[in-house]
Design a binder for this molecule. Sequence first.
Ligand code: MEZ
Length: 536
Amino acid sequence: MSAFTEDMLKSMANVERTRASRMGATIERFSAEEKEELLKEFHPDYSEKGFKVLEVGPNKGEKVPVELAALLEGKSIVADAKIDLEKIDYDVDVLIIGAGGAGAAAAIEAKKAGANVMIVTKLRMGDANTMMAEGGIQAADKANDSPAQHYLDAFGGGHYKNIPELLEQLVVNGPLAIDWLSKLGVMFDKEADGTMVTTHGGGTSRKRMHACADYSGAEIMRVVRDEVVNLGVPVLEFSPAVELLKDETGRIAGAILLDYDSQEFQVVKAKTVIMATGGAGRLHYQGFPTSNHYGATADGLIMAYRAGAPLIYADAIQYHPTGVAYPAQIYGALVTEKVRSIGAQLVNSDGEIFMHPLETRDVAAASIIRECKARGKGVKALDGVALWLDTPLIEMLHGEGTIAKRIPGMLRMYLKFGIDIRKEPILIFPTLHYQNGGILIDSKAESKLPGLFVAGEAVGGIHGTNRLMGNSLLDIIVFGRIAGTEAAKAAKEISVGKLNMDHVAAFEAELKAAGIAEGESSPKLLPVYTHGREAR
Ligand code: MEZ
């Protein structure tokens, strides 16, 4: 019995009927004007309803997703708590908040630079979006490529809004990052002669995507986590940071943690702090499902904003074009862009191609939404509509066994639910994947707040307003390493004064003065899926 409904099977017959004629077809890319129009009409970032203008804080007057605004202008978890800041629970040189790829890379470099480092995380080491990254990591290390070419691709994809110094750091350090990861033990896909296998991603002019099958992030996390353990860096798990601390000079000087076990607050004094808390997919902007890890609730943005750090492009959200739309058990999960980069085509309910499979992500997502919502060419799937991703084409193009070899994770994920992607196309729709914006940093990864460094998805500006595939696994390594090195260096020059949380009270007073009613408790820490029902 098929896992698909009868209506789906009827539409699937159209996909099968047109498959041979689509093979090898030349597909035009959208013009610049067409892209602009598509984005304005169909990309969720242009929905007025989805955003709110901030009334307080460093980005007052700018719009951000309503769900994020509620937290940025929410009530601090520690607002009513009595915390003795003289009672120091941990005293370190460098405090790293977050235990994904960026936090781990930062810890490795800070430790090697001689700092006394500690990682704290709200879940466990490696519970992060890094672990969920599939398709690969970009780096211009092939003879026909260069960091300059990589820069141009990312700059165009980012709508020319990337901060030039940050993008330069990213692309120049790309080949070094691959080398660093390889030497630590990451098993990148290689040809028989040892050269790296590289593929295209959306918006790339060269094949520079290095991958470990379709579990690239998990493989990278495996290796950097091992190195953190080997170096003896302490990791405090189930202990989320909930607020930053300053000293009387105004420098960032530590953080308050919430110990999940005891529900007590703990005080960490630190000469420098690295924020590596990741993304925000679990805030489910505009009701979208997400490909993100359970802990992606924008905590770093909230803590940094309340302490006075400006954000940049916080209104630029990435919806990955191909999230699972069916079956329900994996709704919203990522179908890696690699599936398209090795030959699968996006096809509508009539079996027609409607776009080049490797447009940049914002354009691809908008085009899929248009096909479904405005042109009526979607397929009914669960409570929504979806389009086909024609995966059997991959083996017709590259031969039997390609799917098992290049995207084994995808194959296994769907087989569990009775769908063989070698033989049947799959149903997809955009899923909330990435925050393009975040905390503003300089090329040394330091925010506008002295003593606060940032790395990974919590950073804004590297990718402009639309990141290209594979530049996120790269940025966590490049900026994680820079943050670790620079935070350790800065820590050598600093002695921390008396700790305070005055900024929390000051922010509260600003909210009151702006007439903002006592809001949601923030940071959120974990998403709630009980829909009003308490867990028993
Ligand atoms: O960089 C990403 O977001 C990525 C590699 C995702 C994917 O499609 O695999």
